[in-house]
Structure formats: structure tokens, C-alpha cells
Design a protein around this ligand. Structure first.
Ligand SMILES: C[S@@+](CC[C@H](N)C(=O)[O-])C[C@H]1O[C@@H](n2cnc3c(N)ncnc32)[C@H](O)[C@@H]1O
Length: 496
């Protein structure tokens, strides 16, 4: 079988190694000892980690919950220890990410379309398939616990679950990948089922890579989307210890690092060390470091919630003597921005308003802003590894709606710049409609008033090591598989 498919199997294994290695059997034993059964698993017992995972899958399915927000509270409520929490996380995220692959496998094993299986039963099967094909959970534990789970949530389907999972367990993961690829209607559909992305997303990602002449990186990108991202930190410059003093400095971001106990470090630094993707840091720093800061400069973060980049900009503004205002349309997200900037000893007013109606005078910058960050609302196709269910919730219709909004926000931000001011247009999507499409449309409208800057030179100057970038330098596209960051798109434009 092709390397790409074997590779995808390995990426599942990589993600699951930590959780799976502890062994569900061992964890079950611990649970059984607590229950005084002498370590022998009861046939109807479901481990707390699997119950938590199923619970989150059900909430994602039934009420559009976000797994990354819900899971921590469910883990806490179930009082899971570290090993069980790791297992619950792996089962939840892995199952959500690889849902498309598992549905195709279940269809073959069950001999019926996934859509014809009751949704809770399908979730049990997806969870079971993930344990069988992408973790080190022993086959008997994966099957028995799944059947026990089915008895709880859909008793009449327990026999069906048993039969389907036993069928799945009889073939290796690579054999299943061959089988679902062979059944696909086209090469794109084969990539989509094997790597568990919707077909339209596969095509959009290929389009973005083709623009760079790097279409051959598509499989690496799809695999990177299915791997768990590292927890990356930002140490606010001037307010927190330097990255080298806290852990392993990031390869590119001068404010970024990774560490053995990232959350412990965050807890110890009162909001001055934050969890933040390395690409997001580079996007904020591209604007704050595009030119030396003149004291008194006025900066705006136009779409700021939840405030990750605002906090970094605030630290940079403080160091350079600039002022910073934040804007956000969703009141609850504006509140998150207030919390994000609170540790920075700089007054950052956070306005709740539509970024399409920016009025510099109302925002305290008569005459316009000197620097504006427009981190535009987007499909988020560049952060799929971080938001496991997101790929199944988006559709091409979202792209059309968002590009219209992006164009309007870009026009309003450009109008709010002072002469000579600089706009950073940023998306966490590499979809060419949201990057070159939205930006290109705006540049055409702005005509000679806009001067695209050498963004690659700016980001290259900020980065600690050289970045492998494609294109003419006016824009920067970062990639999970190439840079280890979210797929952030950054373009700097000066108003003449
Ligand atoms: C990509 S996020 C920004 C992320 C942020 N820069 C950070 O690093 O934490 C885009 C934000 O734009 C907000 N938004 C969407 N439509 C908007 C509008 N019309 N005006 C202002 N903000 C908007 C969303 O609520 C969301 O919080």
C-alpha cells in the first residue's frame, strides 16, 4: 500500500501513543480495584475515560458543542486522573478528527451506510474503531467496553456493535485504508476518506499548495491536521522571563516556547505567559515589528476576540510607547479580550462593535490609526488539528459568506488607517478565496492608495530561524506540516 496511507496510520498511532500506552486494560484494572472486584473487569463496565469521551461526542453531535471547550470540564467533573484524562482526550479528539475514515470503515464492516446507523450507536462504533485501529488498546478491551457502552446507550444494538467491531478487528489498519480507498469514487475522494477530511477541504488545501508550487505536500498537510499539536506558549516580551529561561525556545517566534509542564508555567506567571500558537505570535509580531515604534503611535486590533494577539500587541505597544484599542463584535468575546490584556500594565479599551463600522474618532484616534491588525473571521481551515470537529461543520457556503465579510472588514480597516499607516490582514485559513481572494479584491478597490509591503522580509526578520516560504514575498503563508504552526496567512499593506 502507498506510503501516504501507511503514513496516515502512523500519524494516528503517534497521536495516541501517550494515552494508549497506559493501556485501557490497566486503567480498567485500577478502576476495578477501587470497586473491589479484585481487578477482573465486569462485563458491563465502561471505563470513566470512555464515558467522558462518549459524552463529549454526543454533545458535539447533538448541540454543536466545541470539544476543546467541553472536554476539560467533563474530565474534571469525572475526576479523572492524569492517565485517564489522557485516554479520554485521545479518544475524543482522535475519534472526531478521523470520523470520516471510521465511517467509511464501519460502512464496509457493517454492510450499510453510516447514515443508516443510529447516531449514538455510530458514535460507539467510531470510538471502538479508533481504539482498534489507532491506539494500543487491546482488542478485547476495545470490543468489550464498546459493547458495554452500547448496552448503556442503545441496548438493542449491543449485538450489532459486537459484530461490527469484531469484523473491524480482523483486519489491520492499512488493509482497511486500502479497502476504503478502493471503494472511493475518485482520487480526491480516496484522499478524503483515508485522511478524514471533507472532499471540498482536500481540494481547497491542494489549491492553496498548488499556488505555491507545492501540491506534492498535500498528504503531509492532511496528516499534520490529524496529529495533536504541541502546547505552545508565548512569553509576553518585557513582562515575562525570556523563552530560554522558561523552556525550549520556539524555532521561529522570538516570544514562543514549549515546556515540559506548560500549564504549570502559565499558572505561575499571572497571564504573562499564555498558550498561543507560534504562527499567531508571528502574525502579531509582524505588525508590531514591521518598523520601529514611534512613541504615541495609535494601534487597533479590529477583530480581537478572544484576545491572544491583543495581549502580545499590548506588551509590544507598552514597550514602544504606543497606545492600543481593541474591538470585537461579540460581547462575551470582548470580555475574554479584557481578561487577556489585564496582566499588561497598559490601558487597552475594548469596544464592542462591528468592525465594518470602525470610526477612529469614536475609538480615540482622530486622524486614524498607525497600525491595525485585522485578524479576520474565517473558516479556520488552518487550525483543523486544534479544533477536531471543525472540519465537519464547515461548508463551501461559509467560504462565500466569510469572503464577503472579510472584504468589508478590510475596507473599513483600511479607511481607519492614518496616511502612512500599516494594516496586517491575517487569517487562520489558507483557503485561497479567504487569503488572495479577499485581499486581492480589497487591493484592487484601494488602487494606488495601497502599497503591499514585503511581508516575507518582515516575518523573516522577526523569526529566529529562516522560514521556508513560497511566493513573491508580499504575503506569508505558514503551514502545520512545514513550520509546525497553524496555517496563518499574513499580508502587510501600507496606506500611502
Ligand atoms: C480569528 S478571530 C480573532 C482571533 C484573535 N485575534 C486572537 O488572536 O485571539 C476573529 C474574531 O472576529 C470577530 N468578528 C466576527 N465578525 C466581526 C465583525 N463584523 N466585527 C468585529 N469582529 C468580528 C469574531 O467574533 C472573532 O472573535
Amino acid at each position: 500500500m502507498s506510503d501516504e496511507r501507511r503514513g496516515s496510520g502512523r500519524s494516528g498511532d503517534r497521536g495516541s501513543g501517550g494515552a494508549g500506552r497506559g493501556g485501557a486494560g490497566r486503567r480498567s484494572g485500577g478502576g476495578d480495584r477501587r470497586r473491589g472486584t479484585g481487578g477482573r473487569p465486569r462485563p458491563d463496565r465502561v471505563s470513566p475515560a470512555r464515558l467522558v469521551a462518549f459524552d463529549v461526542l454526543a454533545a458535539v453531535r447533538e448541540s454543536d458543542a466545541y470539544a476543546n471547550l467541553l472536554l476539560p470540564s467533563r474530565i474534571e467533573r469525572a475526576r479523572l486522573g492524569a492517565a485517564d484524562a489522557a485516554l479520554a482526550t485521545e479518544l475524543t479528539y482522535g475519534t472526531l478528527r478521523l470520523r470520516g475514515r471510521y465511517d467509511a470503515i464501519v460502512e464496509l464492516a457493517a454492510g450499510r451506510p453510516a447514515g443508516a446507523v443510529d447516531p449514538p450507536v455510530l458514535d460507539v462504533l467510531r470510538l471502538g474503531a479508533h481504539q482498534l485501529l489507532a491506539t494500543r488498546v487491546p482488542t478485547h478491551a476495545a470490543v468489550n467496553e464498546s459493547v458495554a457502552l452500547a448496552r448503556r446507550v442503545a441496548p438493542s444494538a449491543a449485538g450489532f456493535v459486537n459484530a461490527v467491531l469484531r469484523a473491524i478487528s480482523r483486519r489491520e489498519a492499512d488493509d482497511w485504508l486500502d479497502a476504503i480507498a478502493e471503494r472511493a469514487g475518485s482520487p480526491d475522494e480516496a484522499l478524503a476518506v483515508v485522511h478524514s477530511h471533507p472532499v471540498w477541504v482536500v481540494r481547497a488545501l491542494r489549491g492553496a499548495l498548488e499556488r505555491e508550487g507545492r501540491a506534492d505536500e498535500l498528504v503531509a498537510l492532511l496528516e499534520a491536521d490529524n496529529a495533536s499539536p504541541r502546547v505552545n506558549l508565548a512569553a509576553l516580551p518585557g513582562l515575562a522571563p525570556a523563552p530560554d529561561d522558561l523552556g525550549e525556545p520556539d524555532l521561529f517566534s522570538p516570544t514562543g516556547l514549549t515546556a515540559q509542564d506548560p500549564l504549570g508555567i502559565v499558572a505561575d506567571h499571572d497571564g504573562r505567559v499564555r498558550v498561543q500558537d507560534e504562527g499567531s505570535q508571528l502574525a502579531a509580531l509582524a505588525l508590531s515589528r514591521v518598523a520601529p515604534v514611534r512613541p504615541g503611535e495609535r494601534w487597533l486590533d479590529a477583530c480581537s476576540g478572544p484576545g491572544g494577539k491583543t495581549a502580545l500587541l499590548a506588551a509590544e505597544a507598552l514597550a514602544g510607547g504606543a497606545t492600543l484599542v481593541a474591538n470585537e463584535v461579540v460581547p462575551a468575546r470582548a470580555e475574554l479580550v479584557r481578561r487577556a490584556v489585564a496582566p499588561v500594565p497598559l490601558e487597552v479599551p475594548v469596544h464592542v462593535g462591528d468592525g465594518r463600522e470602525l470610526d477612529p474618532a469614536v475609538l480615540g484616534a482622530e486622524g486614524g490609526f498607525d497600525r491595525i491588525l485585522l485578524d479576520a473571521p474565517c473558516t479556520g481551515l488552518g487550525a483543523l488539528r486544534r479544533r477536531p470537529e471543525a472540519r465537519w461543520r464547515k461548508s463551501p457556503t461559509d467560504v462565500a459568506e466569510l469572503t464577503e465579510l472579510q472584504g468589508e472588514l478590510a475596507d473599513a480597516a483600511f479607511a481607519a488607517l492614518a496616511p502612512g499607516g500599516i494594516l496586517a490582514y491575517v487569517t487562520c485559513s489558507p483557503h485561497t478565496a479567504e487569503t488572495f481572494g479577499s485581499l486581492g479584491g480589497a487591493l484592487a478597490r484601494w488602487g494606488d492608495a495601497a502599497e503591499p509591503l514585503d511581508t516575507a522580509a518582515v516575518v523573516g526578520g522577526v523569526a529566529r530561524h529562516p522560514l521556508d516560504l513560497a511566493g513573491d514575498g508580499r504575503t506569508v503563508q505558514l503551514w502545520p506540516h512545514r513550520h509546525g504552526t497553524d496555517a496563518m496567512f499574513i499580508a502587510l499593506v501600507r496606506k500611502r
